[in-house]
Design a protein around this ligand. Structure first.
Ligand code: DAH
Length: 358
């Protein structure tokens, strides 16, 4: 007859001595597996007399239960230990102080990106993105500029070598293809803003081959030029941080809008400084218009049911105006002395309530 007490002590000893989960599993198999000691013991019940079974049955079952409980407890303990060891080995000391000296700062273009997004987010716009290397189709054709359209010439395009399948890519010449991507992917109502990099073969004090634009698009069942004007006015007030602005509309032409309007902001340029909201000078801030029904059609939106407005402008230009930077090329020269003069404090995100540029 097996000494149950001794067997239990032996198995519990093995359980507590198991150094890892594999060792514990080996103990479990040797006790509770098909040929394990406890399983074999339980099998002997069948050959016993009813009286013997009455005594041994509960004893064997209790033994099995205790061993199972001990194994489960040990398993949890081993898992905890493994997790703690991992946490200890991957520990990162976040108590180190930030470096006291102000190294690094935010580039004015990044700052204006953040300001534009903060303002439009407050007006209910979400941010949309598209790639810098864009389909010719999205950059031009779907925006109502088919291959031979004269307006393409104005874009001074960087073409990318044709793909094996004959498809043509370009470095996007404006952020307007993000309109196309958004309309193809999303059903109206649409209300997006998209700041990003753009490229044209052009370089002088006010043009850089790589520059930045922001694009806005609103598509809904009822939209009109009045909404567009209000949105741009709110934007200009917030961006130039003045209580009042005056915008002037000029008729214009863009293939992707009809009618098309360019907006100028009233300003005062006397004395080499620009003041917004007063004065007798006008500065262009954005191109815009009601989205051409052909563009809606090209992007799978029913022009009989929906219409919308779009606008776009230069981020670098806004940064130059607001922060008094005379030459666009200085943005991209990576001159640390320049960045020290024009950069913004890191970790200080612009917000409407906390202040855009402080
Ligand atoms: N994509 C135009 C450009 O680069 C700017 C623009 C004009 C965008 C009118 C618009 C718009 O969305 O409606 O010159």
């Amino acid at each position: 007859m097996t000494d149950i007490t001794a067997l239990e002590a032996e198995i519990l000893g093995a359980i507590s001595g198991a150094a890892d989960e594999a060792a514990l599993e080996a103990v479990r198999v040797s006790a509770l597996g098909k040929k394990g000691t406890i399983s074999e013991l339980l099998k002997t019940l069948g050959g016993m007399s009813p009286d013997e079974r009455k005594v041994n049955g509960p004893a064997f079952n209790t033994l099995r239960d205790r061993v199972q409980t001990a194994i489960a407890a040990k398993k949890t303990a081993l898992e905890d230990a493994a997790l703690n060891a991992r946490l200890a080995s991957e520990r990162v000391d976040i108590t180190l102080p930030v470096r006291p000296e102000p190294v690094g700062s935010i580039h004015p273009v990044s700052q204006v990106f953040d300001e534009v997004v903060a303002i439009f987010a407050d007006l209910g716009f979400s941010v949309a993105e598209g790639p810098d290397v864009e389909f010719d189709d999205y950059n031009f054709t779907k925006l109502n500029m088919p291959p031979d359209h004269a307006a393409r010439q104005m874009h001074d395009t960087f073409y990318v070598a044709k793909q094996a399948d004959g498809s043509q890519h370009v470095l996007r010449t404006h952020t307007s293809p993000v309109q196309v991507r958004t309309m193809l992917a999303q059903k109206p109502p649409i209300r997006i803003i998209s700041p990003g990099r753009t490229y044209r073969v052009d370089s002088d004090a006010t043009h850089s081959p790589m520059f930045h634009q922001f694009e806005g698009l609103v598509i809904d069942e009822v939209t009109h030029l009045g909404h567009l004007k209000w949105v741009l006015e709110e934007f200009c007030k917030a961006f130039f941080e003045v209580p009042k602005v005056e915008l002037r509309a000029r008729p214009s032409f863009f293939p992707f809008t009809e009618p098309s309007v360019e907006w100028d902001i009233r300003c005062d340029r006397r004395g080499g400084e620009i003041k917004f909201g007063t004065g007798n000078d006008w500065l262009e801030v954005a191109g815009s218009g009601m989205v051409n029904p052909r563009v809606l059609e090209n992007c799978g939106i029913d022009p009989a049911k929906y219409q919308g407005y779009a606008f776009g402008g230069g981020i670098d230009r806004l940064a130059m105006l607001k922060y008094g930077i005379p030459d666009i090329r200085s943005f991209f020269e990576s001159d640390l002395r320049w960045l020290k003069a024009y950069g913004f404090a890191a970790l200080d995100l612009p917000t409407l309530d906390g202040g855009l540029s402080r």
